[in-house]
Write a protein of this length. Sequence first.
Length: 245
Amino acid sequence: MIALWLLACTDTGTVDTDSGTDSGPPATVALTGVVFQFGTRDPLADAAVTVAEDPELATSSDAEGRWTLEVPAGATVTLHLSVPDHVQAHGETWQADADLDRLYLQAIPDALYGAIEAGLNDVGVFSDPAACQIVTTATVPEVQDLADFAAFQDYHPYGLAGATASLDGEALGPIYLDVGTVPDATLTSTTVDGGVMWLNAVAGQVYTLTGQHPSGHGFRSPRVTCEAGRFINANPPHGLGTTAP
């Protein structure tokens, strides 16, 4: 269960100058985002969005794919996405110290995920059900400035080519995705798809993903929490989001 904030001591809280009372930290923060179909970017209704650390914290997307979830301030949050006929996915792990927005969650169809796995198997790469699988996207800096989901839908391509990625632990990879979103073990950096994956990361470990680019782009460093059988997608525009050099 997610631990709630402890009551703040009266000499450390913020003071309301109008009333003279100690207001303390906020009790909850809001997470907001959109669930969308991988590939088409069409919003998906009735998708279940749950906090893995406390499944009682749950909501579903509306007709426009939008969802909102209130969580205890300061909570550790890993979102879990469940959509019929799509692979169940977990997102990156957040420390919810303030409101978080633009949490756009990609839903990957089961058939596509199966085809990707079959392609990896054909070249002798197999996923271990006792481990976890991780994917993220290196995105161009402009994606960080998009005002809303409609602007995100219309922006193509948002992947940053030429980036390399790593994580701070044991896993098979990185394996970069080609321009058709197919994993290609011969690639040495991202294409304009921006996708990169690691297979068979160790269950029970928390990994930090990092990125590099010859032009000197700055990268976010998302954390991901591995459990046995978990598929993790550190979704854009967060994930390996970048800033201009």
